[in-house]
Design a protein around this ligand. Structure first.
Ligand code: IPM
Ligand code: MG
Length: 407
């Protein structure tokens, strides 16, 4: 016996989701252009620590950020704003992914440095509220999740452009339990949302001269939304004749990242939300672990920079939070520098991170008291930035590593 009543209730809920998404499409049609940071009198940077190890690693990364921007902060050209309220306790207290007053503060900033936030799932001690990350990406319309991964000695230099507001995440907290036996989730692709992420990836490939984009979907199976992603890519690509492009299915793309014969040829990946989430953890692992990778969440109006990993609450309960690795947050600071036009500072910080984490390793992070604290490591990175021979030191390490890989 088909439960007609259950179907009707589900249809009403589904109708509501469609209404919300169509409203979103109307908003997207009105979208403005990218913020020009060079035209601002003052750049406002919000810092919110998040929870778990978040406040610890965020504070270490903030020190590096303030060190790099010291002159501009002093001159009043950059203002740093501390933003409270993004903890799981506070979010649960008000039963919102982001408390209203916190969201208001976030919207007063141009760019944000954000520590990891706990994302509850069914069975956790917390109510199953929506992820603060996902909510922030949606609320601030941070549609491009940009994640670079580089291992110079292996010739790996990848940049992932992950769609960040649609796909399986768009209504991820609003799937429908039609009956006790039937649960349905949804995957969303809009023309506007798909086109802008693909364009962003192609623009990047063109601007950097990498000139190669790999588009990743599962369009042979997920025919409607992934099919749309692929067909829009075919159109957008026509505007970039200088950029070579190909398309891959997510399963084989995942395999090829660990194929030494293939992987060094990839440059820019563009992909829907969930595939991007999964494959960027794999890519980060190839670079040395998720603790080494930063993540930029870019929208035309706002931008947010964060680690790619979670809040590791266990490290806090075990009293080890000060030993949590801040490198992915520091990497996020480098990405922020590039985004706000401080490319020289971004480049230096990237080099210093390579030297400290991959090559020189005067201090190492072990996650416990056998290694350095996050603050000590941040200081090590700042001392390395100050070295006048930084560029030469970095280059000679990279050359040496290349030789040892060949042998
Ligand atoms: C990421 C994380 C988030 C995601 C979580 C914490 C919501 O895994 O940024 O990749 O799934 O996007
Ligand atoms: Mg992830």
């Amino acid at each position: 016996m088909v439960d007609e009543k259950a179907i009707q209730i589900a249809q009403e809920k589904y109708g509501e989701l469609l209404r919300q998404q169509l409203k979103r499409v109307e908003e997207l049609k009105k979208e403005g252009d990218w913020t020009d940071y060079s035209k601002l009198d003052k750049l406002v940077i919000g810092v919110c620590g998040g929870d778990g190890i978040g406040p610890y690693i965020c504070a270490s990364a903030q020190k590096v950020m303030e060190f790099l921007l010291a002159e501009k902060i002093k001159a009043g050209k950059v203002e740093i704003k501390q933003i409270e309220g993004l903890t799981i306790e506070k979010r649960v207290e008000v039963m919102k992914a982001i408390p209203d007053d916190t969201l208001l503060e976030l919207k007063k900033c141009h760019v944000i440095l954000k520590g990891p936030t706990t994302t509850p799932k069914k069975g956790d001690p917390w109510p199953n509220i929506e992820s603060a990350n996902v909510a922030m990406r949606k609320q601030l319309d941070l549609f491009a999740n940009v994640r670079p991964v580089s291992v110079p000695e292996l010739g790996i230099n990848w940049t992932f452009y992950r769609e960040n507001t649609e796909g399986s995440y768009a209504v991820g907290s609003n799937g429908i339990n039609v009956t006790d036996d039937l649960a349905i989730d949804f995957c969303v692709a809009t023309t506007q949302g798909t086109e802008r992420i693909i364009r962003a990836g192609f623009e990047y490939a063109k601007k950097t001269g990498e000139n190669y984009v790999s588009l990743v979907t599962k369009a042979n199976i997920i025919k409607t939304t992934d099919g749309k992603f692929l067909s829009i890519a075919e159109e957008v690509a026509k505007d970039y004749p200088e950029v070579r492009w190909d398309d891959w299915f997510i399963d084989i793309a995942t395999a090829k990242l660990i194929d030494p014969a293939r992987r060094s040829s990839f440059r820019v990946f563009v992909l829907p939300n969930l595939y991007g989430d999964i494959i960027t953890d794999e890519a980060a692992q190839i670079q040395g672990g998720v603790g080494t990778a930063g993540s930029a969440n870019l929208g035309k109006r706002y931008a947010m920079f964060e680690a790619i990993h979670g809040s590791a609450p266990r490290m806090v309960t075990e009293g080890r939070a000060q030993y949590a690795d801040p490198c992915s947050m520091i990497k996020a600071v480098a990405m922020m520098m590039n985004h706000i036009g401080e490319t020289e500072k971004g480049k230096k910080l990237d080099m210093a991170l390579d030297v400290c984490v991959q090559f020189e390793k005067k201090l190492v992070m072990t996650g416990r008291d056998t290694g350095a604290t996050g603050d000590e490591f941040a200081q090590y990175v700042m001392d390395t930035i100050k070295r006048s021979d930084l560029e030469n030191v970095w280059q000679s390490y990279v050359d040496k590593a290349k030789v040892s890989v060949k042998q």
